[in-house]
Write a protein that binds this ligand. Structure first.
Ligand SMILES: [Zn+2]
Length: 921
């Protein structure tokens, strides 16, 4: 990082002060001096004193708040009318303060505080007293300092605040959206956005109870974390709704939603061995869409029961609401007892969703239900321990789904997911699962494949090696011990280590959670002495060609299992950089599978002879082992250690598999190679290779009616059309898209299922002539189908006619396109090689408008718009753009570093990639 000189630092502070929210506050005699409108002479004074004593701004905590101040209860009373632009109300917070002080730090962002004061209760001879307070936002990230005239004593106080704030328009904090003429207000608090509607202590570790009441338009529905207990007339066409007190919870799980929602009442979920009371279950969707909640509500009771049984703990809340929210900025958020989804993730028109939608729906729903224990009941104290909620919810998902559908392939989906994390984890610029977060702007960077999917892989590895009977009961006791409180990683390691009496298990967690990177296990056979064969296993960090990663200096405690031609699995705990394992039976193995069940979070490599021998066994390996093999083969190729011909053999073998996930495993790599390493002279040969592998397969699947076959067929058709440029497949998809949208003919809504929306519309945008774009824009506005809306936005990004660029650029920035859809359109516009340069130039010229348009929590990801580049010139331009525009996208550094590294690695692989294509014969 660049070191700032003192003048630069001060200049930065002054800018910050000038941009800060001008909060008109009360009663502080020093108010004028502390006002954000610092005068020129005061700036001079600040500059002079800066070296001697840090300014108030410099003292403001950029990350975690200082210890010693804890909220215990909130009483929140708001007037929320989604038809208005602002909301207002008041909050009382009971706070414990460890030491007498003249100020405290808390949170609030863009909130207009009308009145603030502290009440100090009577103590001994002293009567209850009121203390004047002064509220001031110090940092753009929403850090607030409250000063007390004359100070407050140690002990309990109550802070009273009356305030108002605007409804956000970028889906952050308490935001409002309009759909089909109706306005809805919804609160998206995770991670640090509750501070936009509640001046409080917006940190996961600061849990407190909430008593909430909302004054809303008469007849509107209101949703919060507690059960609705009372609704009374409030005059002027308004009603006051009161909710039951919550269990202690953090601000990021607050639910507040108001609007003319449809409500779907379901029978209570019956009591069981773990839960004494029946549980009320309801669904909420925007007006007219309640009927599409049936599928998700049907699945809910069984899922909930499975988690209760697996954890042997009751669902922790007194009701469960499932909310399909229009424009929700995340896929879903686990708000306590009021789980909220982006509507297209859970609304299902008709009886049965398309296979891909169905899998995604079950996956997200199980994940959110798992959170009710992992995160909501036991909460990480700070964002660096995010994995304790996200990793466990991700791991719990295939577990629950496999119990529901033993043959559903959910174990393979989990393996695919863990492997997908290895791709990110191969970068030097990856994160560790647990890494310090000292700046609020970096919090959202922790929400990545490392936290979710690597954690899943690591937890799965431990569960498999040490046994579900050891690990899972310990997990239940960990939840019981920390219920209603917080637990960090050291707490977790300790409880799990004590409960299982397995220090190695704790060591595995520690080395995988606190270190970056994927272990690479290199196997060498030691077969010199007859009857005493052994396998030497060396561990180092995996490193692709062109990577700055150092291979030495890192070591993991790895639960390792291999199987040889004897059929016996041999397990060893690897904790040295090199270990020798005697082969049972003593004979030199004919082949070795170095990752039994594919459950180890590591990659392997061997010499060519053993690769060939293992490929000879491909069809006898179980499907998760095949997935591990495919991943390790591509990884070895990308580090320059596997022959192109051997890799092509892996691709051929995988394509013949009877498991969808195995067939699909190479597709991402092949798409990348098709984009960057195919020269014109080789294109036809490459396309023929892809068609040979996948064309017939897709045809053969056409008659199958099971959902895995249908899903695989959709994926293969999309791949053949877009990456394989296959004319027949393109024709077929084009016709389906034209029929489905009614282009120059009557519309047939059955012509396309939602799994094929994006690929078919992309083909039609490119092949159906220039009128198709206008037609698609019109159909978009007529259909009420959020999946179609996002797929068509992505497709429109891939126009190849330069005359259509103005249309799509204007559309992306207009009110006719949602914030998330606009992001998708722009991202796709940078994929299509024909117009990549012009789209990139447009993005650079309009960067500020683009940033203003897209959802706030995604802005830090804008460097990833350059993720598809594989070129030095573009790399420089990406770096320049973000040097110039960094103020617009706080927290962008991680995404930029990973994008830069991705481009460099793509360049470094060029020669080998081209050799792969040339080796086709
Ligand atoms: Zn989650």
């Amino acid at each position: 990082m660049r070191i700032l000189t003192l003048p630069a630092l001060l200049a930065g502070l002054i800018v910050l002060t000038a941009c800060g929210t001008d909060n008109k506050t009360t009663s502080d005699p020093d108010r004028e001096k502390a006002s954000p409108q610092t005068t020129a002479s005061e700036q001079t004074v600040e500059t002079k004193n800066a070296e001697a004593k840090p300014s108030v701004e410099e003292q403001a905590p950029a990350g975690k708040l200082p210890d010693g101040v804890r909220p215990t209860a909130y009483r929140l009373d708001l007037t929320l009318d989604p038809r208005q632009d602002t909301f207002h109300g008041q909050v009382e917070i009971d706070i414990e303060v460890d030491k007498a002080t003249d100020h405290i730090w808390m949170h609030g962002n863009n909130i207009d505080v009308a009145d603030i004061k502290a009440i100090v209760p009577a103590q001994g001879d002293e009567k209850e007293k009121e203390v004047a307070a002064h509220y001031r936002q110090m940092l753009d990230s929403g850090v607030v300092r409250v000063d007390f005239a004359g100070g407050i004593p140690a002990g309990k106080i109550t802070l009273h605040t009356r305030y108002s704030a605007p409804f956000d328009k970028n889906l952050a904090g308490l935001f409002k959206v309009e759909e089909k003429g109706d306005a809805y207000a919804l609160a998206k608090s995770e991670s640090i956005q509750a501070r936009r509607f509640l001046p409080g202590f917006d940190e996961p570790g600061l849990k407190a109870t909430y008593d909430i009441s909302l004054t809303i338009p008469k007849g509107y529905k209101a949703i919060s974390n507690g059960l609705e207990t009372e609704r009374v007339d409030a005059g002027n066409g308004m009603e006051k709704v009161t909710f039951a007190q919550t269990r202690p919870m953090p601000t990021y799980l607050l639910s507040l939603a108001v609007g003319p929602f449809d409500v779907v009442e379901r029978p209570d979920i019956p009591a069981n061995k773990y839960r004494k009371e029946p549980l009320p279950l309801r669904g909420f969707a925007r007006k007219g869409r309640g009927k599409d909640m049936a599928y998700v509500l049907d699945k809910t009771p069984e899922m909930l029961r499975i988690f209760e049984e697996q954890l042997q703990r009751p669902y922790p809340f007194r009701k469960l609401d499932i909310i399909a929210a229009p424009q929700w900025p995340s896929g879903a958020t686990e708000l306590s007892a009021a789980i909220t989804y982006r509507e297209q993730r859970i609304l299902v028109e008709g009886d049965e969703p398309a296979p891909g939608l169905r899998l995604a729906l079950l996956g997200v729903h199980a994940h959110e239900i798992a959170h009710m224990w992992f995160g909501n009941l036991v909460t990480p104290p700070w964002w660096d321990d995010l994995w304790l909620k996200e990793g466990f919810a991700t791991w719990g998902t295939p577990l629950a789904l496999t119990i529901m559908e033993p043959d559903g392939g959910h174990d393979l989906n989990a393996a695919v997911r863990a492997i997908s994390a290895m791709k990110l984890d191969s970068l030097a610029s990856t994160r560790a699962i647990r890494e310090p977060i000292t700046d609020n702007n970096n919090i959202r960077n922790a929400y990545d494949a490392i936290t979710y999917s690597k954690s899943l892989g690591v937890i799965h590895m431990v569960d498999e090696y040490f046994g579900a009977d050891t690990f899972r009961p310990a997990l239940g006791r960990y939840i019981e011990k920390f219920a209603d409180g917080v637990a960090d990683s050291p707490d977790f390691y300790k409880v799990i280590g004590d409960e299982t009496e397995s220090p190695q298990l704790t060591e595995t967690f520690r080395t995988f959670v606190e270190q970056k990177g994927v272990p690479l296990l290199s196997l060498t056979m030691n077969c010199n002495t007859d009857g005493e064969a052994s396998v030497i296993v060396q561990q180092q960090r995996y490193k692709p060609l062109g990577s700055p990663i150092s291979e030495t200096g890192q070591q993991w405690s790895i639960p390792f299992c291999m199987r040889t031609n004897t059929g016996v699995a041999q397990c060893e705990f690897l904790s040295d950089s090199q270990q020798e394992i005697a082969v049972s039976g003593g004979a030199c193995p004919k082949w070795v599978m170095p990752n039994v069940n594919g459950s180890g979070y590591y990659r392997f490599n061997m010499d060519e002879k053993y690769w060939q021998a293992l490929l000879g066994e491909f069809d006898n390996l179980n499907p998760t082992e095949r997935l591990s093999l495919i991943d390790s083969a591509f990884a070895a190729f990308e580090s320059g250690k596997l022959k192109p011909g051997t890799l092509l053999e892996v691709v051929r073998l995988s394509a013949t598999s009877d498991k969808r996930q195995v067939v699909e495993a190479p597709l991402g790599y092949l798409a990348k190679y098709a984009d960057h390493y195919i020269e014109d002279a080789n294109a036809a040969r490459w396309q023929a290779f892809l068609k040979e592998q996948y064309g017939k397969k897709a045809q053969d699947l056409a008659d199958n009616t099971d959902s895995e076959s249908k899903l695989l067929r959709s994926r293969l058709l999309g791949f053949l059309a877009l990456e394989g440029k296959d004319k027949d497949t393109r024709k077929q998809l084009q016709q389906q898209a034209e029929l489905f949208t009614g282009f120059n003919r009557e519309r047939d809504p059955t012509a396309l299922d939602s799994d094929l929306y994006e690929s078919a519309l992309t083909v039609a945008i490119q092949d159906s002539g220039k009128d198709f774009l206008d037609h698609l824009i019109k159909v978009r506005s007529e259909l009420d189908d959020p999946l179609f809306e996002s797929a068509s936005a992505n497709a429109m990004g891939r126009v190849i006619d330069p005359l259509q660029l103005d249309t799509i650029h204007q559309l992306a920035l207009s009110d006719n396109m949602g914030a998330r859809e606009a992001f998708g359109l722009i991202q796709n516009a940078l994929i299509e090689p024909e117009l990549q340069a012009r789209n990139w130039q447009w993005l650079r010229d309009n960067f500020a408008e683009v940033v203003a348009k897209i959802p706030e929590q995604w802005r830090r990801n804008t460097p990833r718009f350059g993720a598809n580049f594989c070129d030095q010139q573009y790399l420089k331009q990406v770096q320049l753009l973000f040097t110039q525009q960094q103020k617009l996208v706080p927290g962008y550094q991680r995404a930029l570093a990973q994008t830069e590294e991705g481009i460099n690695l793509c360049l470094a692989l060029k020669q080998n990639g081209q050799a792969l294509v040339s080796s086709l014969d």
